[in-house]
Design a protein. Structure first.
Length: 391
């Protein structure tokens, strides 16, 4: 039996320009999630710790940050847990690579002969770990864009005999029309033909597991979200490869190490009394670890005036991040209309007629214009009723 912990896409040192004054806190959360993965590996007494690329967000890292990571790898080494790392597309193994600038094994306090910390490179695309009876294949390139699939020749690579063959790649699964421009792309047919027992993948930030032929493959996802819309991030994978009784099985178990939680909330605009009432309702959900995505939907009353930016500002500090989108639609007129010869009656009939024609056409441009006219209708009715309107 072989047990391993699979992680990827930690993106240490990410700038998080979209998070403003909480960017530094999010960088600390990412490191804490990585450290929690190390804690889990030691607690579970795994044999192997795999990092499938993009451990760092870029190759421009201060020495103190690299040493901080190396100290975590040193903890694994002291526990006799072997670590194998591959560069990704953010920390690509080019001339400026962080892995060329720093000797991770030495910084972790290990010797190359110990094989406790290994970075695979184009010159060293695999390693035979005799102590755990496994070969780890991690073909990478010295350029961000791969010249060919990293799985192209993997089945033909001659290595010493071992019970387990493990792949370690930073790549996207081929999806026509979606991954055509990705730097490194592989196919499920290539996975099935690879001869691997398990393929540990990085690049996609959401955890997921599948099989291609007899090969189990999985994305660990980011252990802490790098962007606020990654609701399947926050995990590492505990993998058990069992070869007892001549039968081979691979079991993948997700474990949560990240703190960020996500909540998507759809609110009926017709039931919202006012902007202060909306803020109070959302404030009751306050959680500094939550990314809250609020959408106002349905038909809203004429007198409801909500400024999403103001709502977000009112909730700042109560959540890790909050986004409010007003997707509500202004109502059409109900009941009897004013006489056609009045200004109100002529205005309402004219605008609602134009809305009906645009919505009937069904094309995206017309629908967009109809939405704008619904707002014109709402504001016009308020003005004609003598109410003040803030634009």
């Amino acid at each position: 039996m072989l047990r391993l912990l699979h992680t990827a896409d930690v993106h240490l040192g990410a700038r998080h320009a979209d998070l403003g004054d909480v960017a530094a806190a999010q960088r600390e959360r990412q490191f804490a999630a990585f450290s929690a993965g190390v804690d889990l590996a030691l607690a579970e007494k795994v044999d192997l710790f795999l990092i499938a690329g993009d451990l760092f967000d870029s190759n421009t890292q201060p020495r103190r940050s690299v040493e901080r990571v190396a100290a975590e790898l040193g903890r694994l080494a002291k526990g006799r847990v072997r670590t194998v790392i591959i560069p990704g597309t953010h920390d690509v193994y080019d001339r400026s690579s962080v892995y060329r600038a720093y000797d991770m094994a030495a910084l972790a306090g290990t010797r190359p002969a110990d094989e406790l910390v290994t970075v695979l490179t184009p010159e060293r695309p695999w390693i035979h770990l005799a102590a755990i009876d496994a070969v780890v294949h991690g073909p990478v390139f010295a350029t961000k864009r791969a010249p060919h699939s990293p799985l192209r020749d993997i089945a033909a690579v001659e290595t010493p005999p071992a019970t387990w063959k493990i792949g370690l790649l930073h790549a996207a699964l081929a999806i026509p029309g979606r991954t055509d421009h990705d730097e490194v792309v592989i196919t499920t047919d290539e996975i099935a033909a690879s001869g691997l027992d398990y393929l540990a993948l990085g690049h996609w930030h959401s955890a997921q597991t599948a099989k291609a032929g007899r090969v189990t493959y999985a994305y660990a996802g980011a252990p802490e979200p790098v962007a606020v819309d990654q609701d399947r991030a926050g995990k590492v994978l505990l993998v058990t490869l069992d070869g007892r009784d001549s039968r081979r099985s691979v079991t993948v178990e997700e474990r949560t190490v990240g703190k960020t939680v996500f909540e998507r909330l759809e609110l009926d605009a017709a039931k919202i009394e006012s902007q202060p009432a909306l803020v109070a309702r959302l404030m009751a959900m306050a959680n500094p670890d939550m990314v809250l995505d609020v959408r106002l939907i349905g038909v809203r009353r004429d007198d409801l005036d909500v400024d999403p930016a103001e709502v977000e500002a009112s909730l700042r500090g109560a959540f890790l991040r909050v986004r409010v989108r007003d997707l509500g639609r202004p109502a059409l007129s109900e009941g009897l209309l004013p006489p056609a010869e009045t200004i109100s009656g002529a205005f309402i009939r004219n605008v609602e007629g134009r809305i009906a024609d645009l919505e009937a056409s069904g094309d995206d441009t017309s629908v967009g214009e109809a939405e704008e006219l619904r707002d014109v209708l709402r504001l016009g009715r308020l003005l004609l009723a003598g109410q003040e309107v803030t634009l």
